[in-house]
Design a protein. Structure first.
Length: 372
């Protein structure tokens, strides 16, 4: 361990000297920019199983309140550096206060981000969610229905995702439309001031790798991504297969094509056995996966979209898979600079053999976003 520590320290010192060698101070400190947005949404729902037994059927929501601060500067030797901070109140991930905060170093060699930020698999994802007209983005926002205990995943990030936990991410320079990124997160529960935390039953030592390609051919825009994630779960050396969880192992790919105001996008993800108790995987269970497809059309200030997601997960003992069908139809109108009005209809069907984990929901939403 002592040799590893010395080796790591030496490598960090060499890397730091490489990045700042010959650097003179920039003429000024990083310049500061502020941006952000606020969203208000009104919902109506009709579902077989009501959240927490309450079927009031209407809800008002401040889906996201974000204030972003960005600083950037450039040293005389060409080194770029700066920071990004996000303040959030509520939002689809239910966080309050600081949501993201990181510093970066960049140059011809690429970009290095240090701190609380999304990982490579999140940043490089491509799929139906990325073209949805309604800013709620369907299954990437709040789930305004009861998921009962259906185990099929609903979202666009892979199982084992580290959210905005403290991490280090390296982005390569782009070459002929190709780019890559890799992230390392020691502890997916460690945000901001974390210290040496005790192990939990959450993902740790997580590595995310992502590749992307973007180009334009005869007015046709093409974007393709591939991503993978690996890691382990803490407290996983008990020798008890009923409590030990399978390692994080997931992969996925997505594509988006745009032409003359139309966008077609889709993705596929396999979560493998990620996070499933080893006794259950031996009995046929897995974490499943999903595929999605979406079509959008935009002209002037208007945009409409339709998107569909199907996800599944296998239950132990040969029981039928948990399954989810999620359809979202949305529209957006850019009424003025910084003012967007949007609406969506969502149909969600959750199913398992029998009806103990079933629900069917029809959801309607209108919203507005003010950006600055």
């Amino acid at each position: 361990m002592k040799r590893n520590l010395l080796c790591t320290t030496a490598m960090a010192a060499v890397a730091a000297s490489f990045l700042v060698s010959g650097a003179a101070l920039a003429a000024e400190k990083p310049t500061l920019e502020m941006s952000g947005y606020l969203r208000f949404q009104a919902w109506g729902s009709d579902q077989d199983v009501a959240p927490n037994g309450n079927n009031r059927g209407t809800a008002f929501e401040m889906d996201d309140v974000h204030v972003h601060f960005d600083g950037s500067a450039k040293a005389d030797n060409g080194l770029e550096y700066g920071f990004h901070v996000e303040l959030e109140e509520g939002g689809s991930d239910s966080k309050v206060g600081y949501d993201v905060a990181n510093v970066y170093l960049a140059g011809g060699w690429g970009r290095l981000e240090l701190g609380s930020a999304p990982g490579a698999e999140d940043v490089f994802k491509v799929g139906a969610v990325s073209i949805m007209a309604d800013l709620h983005a369907g299954w990437d926002g709040d789930l305004m229905f009861d998921t009962v205990d259906n185990a099929a995943y609903i979202g666009s990030n892979m199982a084992g995702n580290t959210d905005d936990a403290n991490k280090v991410t390296y982005y390569t320079p782009e070459f002929s439309g190709f780019g890559a990124a890799v992230s390392y997160t020691p502890d997916s529960t460690a945000f901001f001031n974390s210290d040496f935390k005790a192990e939990t039953a959450d993902p740790e030592n997580v590595v995310e790798v992502a590749l992307k390609y973007a180009a334009t051919f005869s007015d046709i825009d093409v974007e393709v991504s591939a991503r993978g994630i690996t890691g382990r779960y803490g407290l996983n050396d008990t020798g008890d297969p009923t409590t030990e969880l399978e390692d994080v192992r997931a992969w996925g790919a997505g594509v988006k094509v745009g032409y003359a105001g139309f966008e077609l996008a889709g993705s596929y993800t396999d979560n493998g056995d990620t996070g499933i108790a080893k006794a259950n995987t031996a009995d046929g269970a897995d974490a499943g996966g999903w595929w999605d497809v979406g079509l959008a059309c935009g002209t002037g200030p208007y945009k409409v979209s339709v998107a569909y997601m199907r996800s599944w997960a296998a239950q132990p003992g040969g029981v039928q898979d948990d399954e989810v069908d999620f359809l979202s139809v949305g529209g957006l109108y850019a009424a003025a600079p910084g003012l967007d009005l949007y609406a969506a209809y969502q149909y969600v069907g959750l199913d398992r053999a029998g009806n103990a984990s079933d629900n069917e929901a029809n959801l309607f939403m209108v919203g507005t976003q003010v950006s600055f």
